[in-house]
Design a binder for this molecule. Structure first.
Ligand SMILES: [Zn+2]
Length: 307
């Protein structure tokens, strides 16, 4: 296969002289990395992949270097809770509560993402923009298909009517994944709105569109009739920002009682590894870090008497 077809990327595109904008992304490698990390079923790969793709696209709009955002979808379907988070560099991580749950395909051959996620529930976005309080927006799920749910979020919570198309094609591995968000910008006239609306059918099946084209070719295919101008391009990655230090902070925040209990159990040899350490795993990248009872004791001492 052409090497370029494998590369993930995001294009930020101006349309119609600034009356609208589009964010177009190929996320095949990112979603495949998530699939391998979490050993997700096909439907879980599609659900988490769509969600991580939309989260990466939202991260393009983060202005400050240290800004970050997270999206949580709590649906009433068998996949349980899903979380995706991204920073301003478009490093994305994701997690799904029940990654192995799978459902038969729908009669039309598509993956039953809505049934797996659940049709009732909430989508919550938390943006840390370096202010004292984070920005929090929440909407009820529309269908659990993820794309429609994000479209509702942009329209209802950010007052930005948006077309959202997300797609993941999977066989054993991820064959093609990608996403597209088209947003009207303030001051758009009726003609511009109509032009974008009439193009909407072209934006469906985005993972298929991207399968046999480079990102640039796909952009031309989708937007050349809308006076497209590429403003910037980004390289998103599946990457976790966890560290031992972050894990230590999380341990301290458990509080004195729970930490004391962990130390007692570790000293008694309960739930310890062969070498006597406790292995704690990051839920996003499944990387384990080991702590001895003495390590935990040191954290407890810190928590009790902060210096
Ligand atoms: Zn991690």
């Amino acid at each position: 296969m052409d090497q370029l077809l494998n590369l993930d990327g995001i294009l930020h595109i101006e349309l119609l002289g600034g009356q609208a904008r589009a964010l177009l992304m190929r996320s095949t490698s990112m979603v495949e990395a998530a699939r391998r990390t979490h050993q997700t079923s096909r439907v879980a790969t599609a659900a988490l992949g769509r969600m991580m793709t939309a989260t990466a696209l939202m991260a393009v709009s983060l202005k400050g270097e240290k800004n970050r955002l997270s999206v949580t979808i709590k649906g009433d379907g068998p996949l349980g809770t899903m979380i995706a988070a991204a920073n301003a560099q478009c490093d994305v991580k994701g997690w799904v509560q029940n990654p192995q749950v799978d459902l038969p395909r729908r009669p039309d051959g598509k993956l039953a993402v809505g049934d797996a996620v659940g049709r009732k529930g909430v989508l919550t976005v938390v943006k840390d923009l370096g202010m004292r309080e984070p920005y929090v927006g929440q909407v009820n799920l529309v269908s659990g298909e993820i794309g429609e749910d994000f479209a509702m979020y942009f329209t209802a919570s950010e007052q930005t009517p948006s077309l959202v198309s997300l797609g993941v094609l999977t066989s054993q591995t991820v064959e093609s994944a990608g996403g597209l968000i088209v947003q009207m910008l303030p001051g758009a006239d009726e003609a511009a709105i109509r032009s974008v609306e009439m193009s909407a059918p072209m934006f469906e099946n985005i993972s298929r569109t991207l399968k046999d084209m480079t990102l640039e070719e796909a952009a031309k295919d989708l937007f050349s009739h809308l006076e497209m101008r590429v403003l910037e391009s980004r390289v998103p990655r599946f990457r976790c920002d966890c560290s031992r230090e972050r894990m230590e902070k999380a341990l301290i925040s458990l509080g004195r009682a729970e930490l004391t209990q962990m130390i007692d159990e570790a000293r008694k040899g309960i739930d310890v590894e062969r070498d006597g350490t406790i292995a704690l795993m990051c839920q996003f990248c499944r990387r384990s870090r080991r702590f001895t009872a003495d390590d935990l004791q040191a954290l407890l001492d810190q928590a009790v008497s902060p210096t």
